[in-house]
Write a protein that binds this ligand. Structure first.
Ligand SMILES: Nc1nc2c(c(=O)[nH]1)N[C@H]1C(S)=C(S)[C@@H](COP(=O)(O)O)O[C@H]1N2
Ligand SMILES: [Mo]
Length: 326
């Protein structure tokens, strides 16, 4: 493990190398050294150095979704420089630096498997299938930090219905783009790639599950999962898979990247936000919110069951033991 004296700390140094530090040790380190503030002071430099590749463009005609949270939004500067996107490096500052030249056009998403009408959607088609909505959601990472983001997109169910799932379809499997040439950092990420995720069909059809093409009024920055990603606000952040190329309807529960990690002992398939079920290596009872202000984090707040979206999703899990199905 790399240990530096405080004055030498850089932004990258205070971000988690989960594979040799562990997510919990990262958080403890951040609190213990006060390095978060130091890191944040350096951020403006990182931001101005970014942006030589494809740049987000303004999205017009976006309608305001009525269910948005009134929680204070996290500033765009923090959401776009504090990322988890292991294909582009495992430090929080890596994706904003390393994904600058990520080629996201042309792009297609193949929707296939147990469906009557499999189809490849171009990004142009995806942008026009339904009116784009701005939905301000809380996003709670399993590492116990959280952000509040005005995402743009529409319910995943809209596109799923178009391909007409057969009665055999019980789960939906997602796959991220993976190109070792564009993502040389991926080989040391310590997870299996391409990144894969999955939902039960009824979870995928829940209106809250967002197919996301933008944020803060613009198309997605590369580091946040351009050109199209999922946002599933009642589940831990890693379920919200980025840069999707394939959506496949399947008969049985699909493998997922973080569930495969550590033999499924650390990250469950469901991974619903749940303050009463701790991660084996840390508590999930509270979280650090990234908000406005000089420091990286504004305050520590209690974590809510289903991240506060229980009214809309709790019924999906009626009768299930959420400790067993964590
Ligand atoms: N393909 C891919 N998707 C991913 C990840 C990743 O490493 N690769 N990280 C996940 C995790 S752990 C989180 S918290 C969110 C972070 O999204 P953000 O960087 O836009 O905040 O993306 C998720 N989607
Ligand atoms: Mo996460």
């Amino acid at each position: 493990m790399l240990i530096k004296k405080q004055p030498d700390l850089t932004y990258a140094d205070v971000t988690p190398k989960t594979l040799y530090m562990g997510r919990r040790n990262f958080l403890l380190g951040l609190v213990a050294t006060g390095a978060a503030v130091e890191a944040w002071k350096k951020l403006p430099r990182l931001v101005s150095a970014a942006g030589t590749g494809s740049v987000p463009v303004k999205l017009n005609g976006v309608v305001k979704w009525p269910g948005s949270t009134s929680d204070t939004q996290t500033p765009i500067e923090k959401v776009t420089t504090f990322n988890n996107f292991y294909e582009f490096g495992t430090d929080k500052g890596d994706p904003s630096q390393n994904a600058k030249n990520f080629v996201t056009s042309p792009w297609t998403v193949s929707v296939e498997g147990e469906v009557a009408k499999p189809r490849k959607f171009t990004m142009d088609e995806i942008m026009k299938i339904a009116p784009l909505e701005e939905r301000i959601y809380r996003h709670r990472c399993v590492e116990a930090w959280s952000i509040v983001v005005p995402w743009i997109g529409y319910s995943l169910s809209t596109i799923l219905k178009l391909v007409e799932p057969t009665p055999k379809a019980k789960y939906v499997a997602f796959e991220s783009y993976y190109d070792p040439k564009q993502m040389p950092w991926a080989s040391s990420a310590g997870i299996e790639l391409p990144y894969v995720e999955g939902l039960r069909l009824d979870e995928a059809m829940n209106p809250l599950a967002l197919l996301c093409v933008g944020m803060y009024g613009e198309t997605l920055p590369n580091q946040d999962g351009a050109p199209v990603r999922m946002v599933i606000p009642w589940k831990y952040g890693f379920k919200s898979i980025k840069s999707i190329v394939k959506i496949r309807f399947v008969k049985s529960q699909p493998p997922t990247t973080w569930n495969m990690y550590a033999g499924g002992t650390e990250y469950g398939f469901y991974s619903n936000v749940n303050p009463s079920v701790d991660h084996p290596r840390w508590s999930q009872a509270s979280e650090r919110r990234l908000g406005p202000g000089l420091g990286l984090f504004t305050r520590k707040i209690p974590t809510l069951m289903f991240n506060g979206y229980g009214d809309q999703v709790a019924s999906l899990y009626a009768g299930m033991d959420l400790r067993k199905n964590f």
